[in-house]
Design a protein around this ligand. Structure first.
Ligand code: AMP
Ligand code: ZN
Ligand code: FE
Ligand code: FE
Length: 293
């Protein structure tokens, strides 16, 4: 019998933020996709990790406990992943404080966006959004789902294009930390820190490089090369950055479930295996780096 390949996905979202699969469901999907290790990296929350951990244990999958922080700098929006977060309340207290601050700034933004929709004549109240999101950290994809349900738009794409994207009719800026602050917060609790999907930051190559240098000064460990929305030319560019600055490489699909139907858990556009998958080499290198701390 052929040995099962060791496949990983180090970037995925659950219903604890703006994904559509509950944490345990996500782990079952990971098993169906043949993954040996899968990270849960919800936006600004660790609330899904314990459920995912219990399910992963039953399934024999290695859960990588993570989160994703949305930061802002001169280049625009920059996402930062924390991987292998420690366990235990005390060790996470500092990070939890930072995440609570981010969630508070989301609340301010979300309420302002509800106001914008009402000004546009699209009636909505915050309670509807809460009812739809449950306990989740509310993000723009929840607005998209609500607009879809109200029949205001035909799909998520249209919701972003018309209303939710930066510059969209209902878009409101949110106070966000800097990429360097995110690196500091994640490093302080002992996580491995990666710059998420650098190939998707729309800027000149030298600007991206300057960002990486600045983040590295704060302890950045890795860059996310393999990703559900980074094609092979972008992957090449990120691998080059990793090589030049002595950074490790990570990868994940950025799976969100039904709200991003083009992205499949465990699959990326251009993988480390020459196809669409991420293999053991990536995982082992990250684990070695972590051990060496
Ligand atoms: P937020 O963190 O609330 O500002 O929302 C960001 C989320 O919206 C992330 O999961 C993005 O991937 C998603 N998003 C941003 N732009 C788009 C778009 N054009 N279409 C679909 N999802 C998007
Ligand atoms: Zn998301
Ligand atoms: Fe992201
Ligand atoms: Fe993500």
């Amino acid at each position: 019998m052929m040995k099962k390949p060791f496949l990983i996905d180090l970037h995925a979202h659950s219903t604890a933020s703006d994904g559509t699969f509950a944490p345990a469901e996500l782990m079952r999907q990971a098993a169906r996709e043949g993954l040996s290790a899968c990270a849960l990296t919800d936006h600004d929350t660790l609330a899904g990790l314990d459920e995912a951990q219990a399910a992963a244990k039953d399934l024999g999958i290695d859960l990588v406990r993570g989160c994703e922080l949305s930061t802002k700098c001169a280049l625009g929006s920059v996402h930062v992943l924390g991987l292998w977060l420690p366990r235990g309340k005390e060790r996470l207290a500092g990070l939890e404080r930072v995440l609570a601050g981010e969630r508070a700034s989301r609340l301010v933004r979300n309420r302002a966006m509800v106001g914008r929709f009402n000004e546009l004549g699209i009636g909505m109240d915050y309670g509807e959004l809460e009812a739809l999101a449950g306990d989740a950290v509310i993000g723009r994809p929840h607005f998209a789902a609500l607009l879809l349900r109200k029949g205001v738009v035909d799909d998520v794409k249209e919701a972003f294009r018309r209303y939710l994207k930066k510059g969209g009719e209902a878009y409101v800026e949110r106070r966000q930390m800097s990429p360097e602050d995110a690196v500091d917060a994640l490093r302080a609790c002992g996580a491995l820190v990666a710059l998420a999907h650098p190939g998707l930051i729309r800027c000149a190559p030298e600007e991206r490089e300057a960002l990486v240098v600045s983040m590295k000064e704060h302890g950045l460990d890795a860059v996310e090369a393999y990703h559900g929305s980074q094609g092979c030319s972008e992957v090449g560019l990120v691998l080059e950055l990793a090589e030049r600055y002595g950074l490790a490489v990570t990868g994940g699909s950025d799976f969100h479930g039904a709200c991003k139907p083009d992205i499949r858990l465990g699959h990326v556009l251009c993988g480390s295996d020459g196809g669409s998958r991420i293999g053991r080499d990536v995982y082992e290198a990250l684990k070695r780096l972590r051990k060496g701390r």
